[in-house]
Design a protein around this ligand. Structure first.
Ligand SMILES: Nc1ncnc2c1ncn2[C@@H]1O[C@H](COP(=O)(O)OP(=O)(O)OP(=O)(O)O)[C@@H](O)[C@H]1O
Ligand SMILES: [Mg+2]
Length: 575
């Protein structure tokens, strides 16, 4: 019940390490038996005053050799544990990584990013101990009592049987505690995360709480929560302590019973003194492995939960692999395009859009009307739409991700710049020489800045923390220009940046639009004036379409939006 065959088979490499681990522990056990045997025989000889120098030396040598073997085996078994942990981590993380790659850009339609991270990091870590410690202990806890049973049978069958029969009482006791523990633990975790959430929220909002003088009230509220948490923590600790006590009672009680049997057999004369001592010395060893397994039990439980999560992820259905390239012409057509992120909330209501090869099309409309949704469908990030989306006549669902990415570049308002040099960030797009890199940096007006720094080797920190928002966006544009694809989608690529950067970037976009298919999403309507065609969206519908002048004449939604923006900008200028 605590062994998952699929899990073990998916990391079949770890089998040999687990086997090796168990073998080392078993050899170590045998060595221990030999040491105890020597001691028992030695004391037996001492008492019966039949001590000969030769036999003492022999016993001492056996004991010394066995202790050395034990030492080596213990080292080896922890090494094996480490090796199997390593294999498990590597294998499972590779499986998860490859699965996400196969799911492709639209993976987050099926699974949340936070879940993937949690499963790949914490989930896999939990399995590390499952493979490295729990599984070997599981098999060892089976073999050790049997081995001891066989050996002690040669001395006294009755004691051997009594000891062996007591061993399974430990797992039975664990199982009994289990049902109760599970309920208590889930209550504990609930309380724990609730307290953590409230604490974090209150801490982050402390300034707000102070302003509204609500900090005392929140403080009292949290004290009540904390007291509840203290109580349940104590309950959990009591439970754990009790279950350990029960296991210890069984282990030591069983051992004591075995000893009593041995002593009884000795006093009735059916066992020699050495035999009796031998059983007394080894009786605790019957129980120790199982007792240890008991303390690994919560690890096994966590491991099982983690492996369920991992397999859920690995079993997610994948889209059929598609091979097509985008068709000739690169005209993009959306017919009757309908899309929802969640059931019963439709975002796009059967819209028709057409983006001709080499044309410059703008997509405008109020916040939340669905512009970015269209962009993410066209760039292959959302696949669960209905209706028809074709590029050059080929349905987008049949175009391979690689070909789509090659032909279409998406630039959002928050493009990712990676930690590393400027050169590294640019070379992602194309394997270009330094001259080409400089010429594109020149275009986006970054060259002067970079020359004053460290040139192409200027280092960019994590999250592009050491360059400005405008510089980051320009760098993203430079990278996009290098990519040299047929189709470009700009989704608010200039929002949140200064006017100067915006103008630089827009200039490059207009330049690009002369030769490529460009789709521009922008709040600032001044930017879309020169577009060949403008789609005006509202609440997931296309309400108007045409050139800037045509739309102004219509005096509809677009004209209203445009005029109010111009008014606002003029007002700002005057001010
Ligand atoms: N990942 C998502 N899950 C659920 N709903 C979403 C998701 N992304 C967007 N939406 C919803 O879809 C609708 C359209 O969002 P979209 O991002 O396409 O708007 P937009 O036109 O790009 O707006 P903005 O101009 O503010 O960027 C919104 O009502 C939004 O609440
Ligand atoms: Mg948007």
């Amino acid at each position: 019940m605590m062994i998952n065959k699929r899990l073990i088979n998916s990391v079949s490499e770890s089998k040999k390490y687990i086997f090796g681990n168990v073998l080392c522990q078993w050899i170590s056990l045998c060595a221990n038996i030999a040491v105890m045997g020597s001691i028992a025989v030695f004391i037996g000889k001492l008492v019966s005053k039949k001590v000969e120098t030769n036999s003492i030396i022999l016993l001492a040598v056996i004991a010394a050799v066995c202790i050395a073997i034990r030492f080596i085996c213990t080292r080896l078994s922890s090494k094996m544990g480490y090796m199997s942990s390593k294999a498990v981590k590597k294998k499972l993380r590779t499986l998860i990584f490859e699965k996400i790659l196969r799911l492709g850009a639209s993976y987050n339609e099926k699974v949340k990013t936070s879940e993937v991270v949690q499963v790949a990091v914490e989930g896999v870590d939990q399995l590390e101990t499952y493979f490295g410690a729990y599984l070997p202990q599981f098999f060892y806890a089976m073999t050790a009592p049997l081995t001891l049973f066989i050996v002690t049978c040669f001395v006294n069958v009755l004691s051997a049987v009594v000891l062996l029969v007591c061993v399974p009482l430990i797992p039975i006791a664990i199982a009994a505690v289990q049902t109760w523990a599970k309920k208590l633990l889930s209550k504990y975790w609930g309380q724990y995360t609730a307290l953590g959430d409230t604490f974090l929220e209150n801490l982050q909002g402390l300034t707000t709480l102070k302003i509204y003088k609500s900090d005392q009230y929140k403080n009292d509220e949290m004290n009540v929560e904390a007291e509840k948490f203290r109580k349940i923590t104590m309950k959990v600790l009591t439970m754990q302590l009790n279950s350990i006590t029960i296991m210890d009672l069984i282990a030591y009680g069983g051992a004591a019973l075995g000893m009593i049997m041995a002593v009884t057999a000795f006093s009735s004369g059916s066992v020699s003194l050495s035999g009796c001592l031998f059983i007394i010395l080894l009786s605790a060893d019957f129980f120790i492995p199982m007792r240890q397994l008991g303390s690994f039990f919560h690890i096994a439980m966590n491991g099982m939960a983690a492996s369920d999560k991992i397999f859920n992820l690995l079993d997610l259905p994948e889209d059929k692999s598609c091979e097509s390239d985008i068709g000739n012409g690169c005209d993009i057509e959306c017919k009757n395009l309908t899309f929802s992120y969640e059931e019963d909330r439709e975002i796009l209501h059967g819209i028709n859009l057409s983006f001709k090869k080499g044309s410059f099309t703008a997509l405008v409309g109020k916040s939340g009307c669905g512009k970015s949704t269209v962009a993410s469908i066209l760039s292959g990030k959302n696949k669960g739409f209905s209706g028809e989306v074709t590029i050059g006549g080929i349905p987008i669902t049949e175009i391979s991700e690689k070909n789509l990415k090659k032909s279409l570049t998406y630039i959002g308002h928050n493009s990712r710049i990676f930690k590393g040099t400027v050169r590294e960030n640019l070379l992602m797009a194309k394997n270009a020489d330094d001259n080409e890199l400089w010429s594109v940096l020149e275009k986006v007006n970054l060259a002067d800045f970079l020359r004053s720094e460290n040139g192409l080797d200027t280092f960019i920190n994590e999250g592009a923390g050491n360059i400005s928002g405008g510089q980051r966006q320009r760098l993203a544009l430079a990278r996009a220009l290098l990519h040299n694809s047929e189709i470009y989608i700009f989704d608010e690529a200039t929002s949140n940046i200064d006017v100067e950067s915006e103008n630089d970037i827009m200039e490059q976009i207009f330049e690009l639009a002369k030769t490529r298919t460009v789709i521009l999403i922008s709040h600032r309507l001044a930017n879309v004036v020169s577009a060949d065609n403008i789609y005006v969206m509202s609440n997931g519908n296309v309400v108007e379409q045409g050139t800037h002048n045509e739309l102004l004449h219509k005096n509809g939604t677009y004209a209203e939006l445009y005029n109010s923006q111009i008014q606002l900008e003029n007002y700002a200028k005057e001010a």
